[in-house]
Write a protein that binds this ligand. Structure first.
Ligand code: SAM
Length: 274
């Protein structure tokens, strides 16, 4: 395992990935494969599918921080948001969401009580959308993903936006952040988590300590094809949650399908179309 970990971390593309995640995937691959070389290759492939494939360009964390700080110092909110939008365009999931940003949060936040604490699971660049989120009053935002450099950047970004909280490196298949929240985002992440462990999705949703979950699925493949993905993921999410007494509303957006889950609802599970 040590050799596999060292070899994967040597590759510039994976040098910032959580060691826990590499051990998790690598251990599974070592038990299935003939030798170290094929296990390393399979581990890198999986890391690409669940994370690497979503980067459209190499992130420029230091340059972004400098530009964001300059906009903040100048008190130029418009310029700050413009830089945020540019950052989000580097990652497939946030780029897809750019054209629906205002509508996305207005709709979700209108269906739940005021949000003062958020957990953002497998967050990617999603916390960079904080300037579009209709928070009122003090907010604590806890974000996690598997990239160390991304979490370092997001930690500094959170400080800049004035919300409390933290960004931590975490393999949520093994451990879900334990803070308590009003709302948890699990955006476009379920298919990635299931690639590591088929049973991870429900376990993660159950263990998140939040009154509401916004769980979303992409409606297009990374290649841009639609292929009936709405129907497919709706059926899968229904099956995944069929034994839970959660209240679930489906919200359709042009580029994403969201299931808003009220975990503490005593009503029988139902999927309503909004
Ligand atoms: C499709 S992207 C979604 C990003 C973000 N939630 C959004 O919708 O903008 C999936 C994200 O899950 C992260 N991820 C994959 N497996 C993970 C794991 N086991 N633990 C934490 N994050 C994970 C990837 O690094 C990637 O940022």
């Amino acid at each position: 395992m040590k050799k596999l970990l060292q070899t994967v971390l040597k590759s510039p593309k994976y040098s910032n990935v959580s060691e826990d995640l590499i051990r998790n995937i690598g251990g599974r691959e070592l038990s299935k494969r003939r030798n170290l070389k094929t296990a390393v290759k399979a581990t890198k492939n999986k890391l690409h599918q669940i994370g690497g494939a979503y980067f459209l360009k190499k992130p420029e964390y230091n340059a972004w921080l400098k530009r964001l700080e300059a906009a903040k110092r100048a008190g130029n909110d418009e310029s700050f948001r413009k830089i945020c939008a540019e950052i989000m365009s580097y990652h497939y999931s946030t780029r897809e969401r750019l054209e629906i940003l205002d509508e996305f949060y207005t709709k979700i936040y209108s269906l739940i009580p005021p949000v003062h604490s958020v957990i953002d699971v497998a967050c990617g660049f999603h916390p960079v959308a904080i300037p579009w989120m209709p928070f009122s009053g003090k907010v604590k935002y806890c974000a996690c993903d598997v990239y160390r450099d991304m979490m370092e950047f997001l930690g500094k970004f959170l400080v800049m936006t004035g919300v409390g909280g933290y960004a931590e490196v975490c393999d949520v298949v093994q451990h879900v952040p334990d803070s308590r929240a009003d709302l948890a985002f699990v955006l476009n992440a379920i298919p990635c988590l299931e690639q590591v462990d088929k049973s991870a999705a429900l376990r993660v949703l159950e263990s998140i300590n939040s009154s509401f979950l916004a769980v979303s699925f992409p409606v297009r493949t990374l290649g841009g094809r639609e292929k009936d993905m709405r129907k497919y993921y709706e059926a899968r999410f229904k099956k995944l949650t069929e034994k839970k007494e959660w209240s679930i509303q489906r919200i359709e957006f042009k580029s994403e399908m969201v299931f808003l889950v009220e975990k503490e609802a005593s009503t029988k599970q139902k999927v309503d179309e909004q």
